[in-house]
Design a protein around this ligand. Sequence first.
Ligand code: NAD
Length: 438
Amino acid sequence: MNIGIIGTGYVGLVTGACFAEFGVQVTCMDSNAQKIEGLKKGIVPIYEPGLEELVRKNIRNHRLMFTTDIRQAVEAALVIFIAVGTPPRGDGLADLSSVEAVAQAIAERLDGYKVIALKSTVPVGTGDRLRAIISQRLKEQIDFDIVSNPEFLREGSAIEDFMRPNRVVIGATSPQAIAILRDLYRPLYLIDTPFVITDNRTAEMIKYASNAFLATKISFINEVANLCEKVGGDIHMIAKAMGLDGRIGPKFLHPGPGFGGSCFPKDIKALNQLASEKQYDFKLLRAVIEVNDNQRVLMLDKIKKVLGPLKNQTVGVLGLSYKPNTDDIRESPAIDLIRLLQEERARLKVYDPAAMEAAKPILKQVVFCSGPYEVAKGADAIVLATEWNEFRNLDLELLKQSLKQPIFVDLRNVYDPAKMISLGFHYVGVGRAAIPSA
Ligand code: NAD
């Protein structure tokens, strides 16, 4: 089968490379010519473990092609995936301008029956809207179907998530389109991946509801952690014990500076905005957003509490990406915290294993260092903001010697408080080792 993928970012490129690996003939299109030129040479512009190898292998096998010409991605394809970005607009709703522009461009080049599959995360009703846009633009009567096929991959483990997903959601009304998508995903069917076949609107809502629920878990555990700091109790043990309850599950119960990334913040805001446009007050979602925004400020307060006024004090920050194993800094808590620290006139030294290049254009007056010990050198405190593996096994003696004063603010609860204290650190975690106030 031939497929086309429009939008060759995290989702589009992973989707393209993985389908090529399944033996499908894939043409990936993107409007960013520089990106496409690099990809043609096997240069992957994002940090995603295993992706470059997969892309290069499938270029060599002539199953993966790259182009800036949408015609090439549409003409030979039976299925065209739309995987362009849907960033937040000023009002919080998803900006669908790229999705709609792509739909129009596809309509102008449609030369026979094709399935147009929406992988971008889009508000409920977008599939219906695209159907109308494409129908209006068609020069002649041509049959086509719109499938809503939301993506659930996580950056940092995107290939594994695509190859072994928890489920594949196919939202469509046409049996023909469903059969084609099932055929495309056959390798996953063979490993017993559950398939959820439903209508377009339900599929669209599944994606938003899933992200909103996971974000709710994070804000919930952060609230419990904040309370633990006032009343005592170790959030680490609390989350572990909660997670052992099969009804709750252990994932997304890690307290910290709040969620970030390219998906959760924008998707939660978009769902909230969608609700309010329909005069529905999604109270829980509003609280999730508020708690998350405030969590950044509480992390700043922790640092201020140990360092006092931050003006002219040097804070070393380990980690810039919004989570480990990615160079994605979109809505990263680490970046938000750095900005808050700068507002307090602190001096900043930073290091990240993969996100330095992405951060350089947006972080001004920050010293970019070559590793964690250089960050620590002469700093008044070190803040672990993103739990990269590289930061899990630091030489704590060397770190302590490098710091001006041994203050370690662990926003990801990577280290054991008792051990850190025994090593002579003033250790601050999240929701742990609190002395209950009277
Ligand atoms: P991205 O920004 O990494 O990639 C989008 C790509 O689309 C870019 O390369 C851009 O140049 C290209 N593009 C934009 N307009 C175009 C146009 N008119 N024609 C051709 N190409 C165009 O975005 P992403 O992270 O891959 O996300 C894409 C969609 O998938 C979003 O809706 C996102 O919410 C959703 N999603 C993302 C993830 C994730 O982890 N990143 C996971 C699930 C779903």
